[in-house]
Design a binder for this molecule. Structure first.
Ligand SMILES: Nc1nc2c(ncn2[C@@H]2O[C@H](COP(=O)(O)OP(=O)(O)OP(=O)(O)O)[C@@H](O)[C@H]2O)c(=O)[nH]1
Length: 319
């Protein structure tokens, strides 16, 4: 039997550098949610890629950032843990149209944290969004600066969006994985329960449909997942921080929520390969992300199950 390279790979980096886009591109399926808002990813999402000679088990971590709330502290913790647990860390950074020729202060701090948390774990640097750079020679100074700042196992410029350089990322990571038996069946894509993905798909569409002020206070919870009928019925609550956010999210005559619902439904149907019915309620739950209770109820503490405990329906907007 041929030896397989098998192991866990943590994708780590600042918010919004393109970690979820990279994961989705490598997997060829859209699991992690993507939006233009920083801190879109709040949980570690496991995606599995099986090749004839390797199995990559990816952890997509929330972007590391300065903690401003309990939720932020939780995300930092998750990300550091992922780096510590993984066989290989892929450190993702991104460049602007005119790349600054050094290592950003924040990246330098993060790399220090990774080295402290897991000094022996090999780290591959991925410089994403190079499609934005017209003069590619500007990347040389960036690569040099990063190479001097940290003992990376490899440095790979890519464009996750355009699927450029992905094979090279995979081949560099593969070299660093231990030899082992596969951890998952070859057709496994993720270990996340379907209900988690459904809640994430709805949250993704909300982030896309709303502006700056709404997204950080949004949590989506599956209240009921009923597969007994011909068409599965999924009921979800969207928790927002303020009455004003609810107004924005619902939109004039429910137009925004309707759009969110039908786009999310299309993704769920594509994933499940069948028709589904989504019912979404918007509820005002001020400051849920500031208390342990709130985080637990939204599924951010104590497992990834996004099913809510029973609670009163305080503010409803059935679609
Ligand atoms: N131009 C360009 N944009 C990209 C590329 N990769 C990702 N983006 C964009 O960057 C934004 C952030 O991408 P995400 O994949 O959500 O970033 P992330 O690092 O997972 O973000 P967090 O969830 O906040 O940690 C989105 O608007 C993407 O479309 C790329 O290769 N080129």
């Amino acid at each position: 039997m041929p030896h397989l390279r098998v192991g866990t790979v943590a994708l780590v980096g600042r918010p919004n550098v393109g970690k979820s886009t990279l994961l989705n591109a490598m997997l060829g399926e859209r699991i992690a949610i993507v939006s233009h808002h920083p801190q879109t990813t709040r949980d570690r999402i496991l995606g599995v890629l099986t090749q004839p000679d390797a199995q990559f088990v990816f952890l997509d971590t929330p972007g590391l950032h300065a903690a401003k709330s309990k939720l932020g502290a939780r995300m930092n913790h998750e990300a550091r843990e992922a780096a510590r647990d993984a066989d290989v860390v892929v450190f993702v950074t991104s460049v602007g149209v005119e790349p600054a020729p050094g290592v950003g202060r924040f990246d330098a701090a993060l790399l220090g944290q990774i080295r402290d948390a897991s000094p022996k774990t090999p780290v591959v640097l991925v410089i994403n969004k190079v499609d934005r750079v017209a003069d590619k020679s500007a990347l040389i100074a960036v690569l040099q600066a990063y190479a001097e700042a940290f003992p990376f196992a490899a440095l790979v410029p890519i464009s996750a969006k355009k699927h450029d350089g992905l094979e090279r990322v995979l081949s560099e990571v593969k070299k660093l994985l231990p030899e082992d038996q596969p951890l998952y069946e070859a057709d496994t894509l993720t270990d996340r329960p379907l209900r988690f993905l459904v809640a994430e798909f709805v949250r993704e569409q909300i982030l896309r449909a709303t502006r700056e002020e709404v997204p950080h206070g949004v949590a989506v919870v599956v209240d009921r997942f009923d597969e007994s009928g011909k068409v599965p019925k999924i009921e979800l609550s969207v928790h927002v921080d303020r009455e004003g956010h609810k107004k924005i999210l619902v939109g004039k005559q429910g137009a925004v929520l309707k759009e969110v619902g039908s786009r999310a439904r299309a993704r769920v149907e594509a994933l499940m390969g069948r028709q589904v019915h989504l019912a979404i309620w918007v509820r005002v739950t001020p400051g849920w992300y500031e208390s342990d209770r709130g985080l637990r109820e939204m599924g951010y503490i104590g497992g990834a199950d996004t099913t809510a405990p029973e609670r009163g329906r305080d503010s409803e907007d059935p679609r």
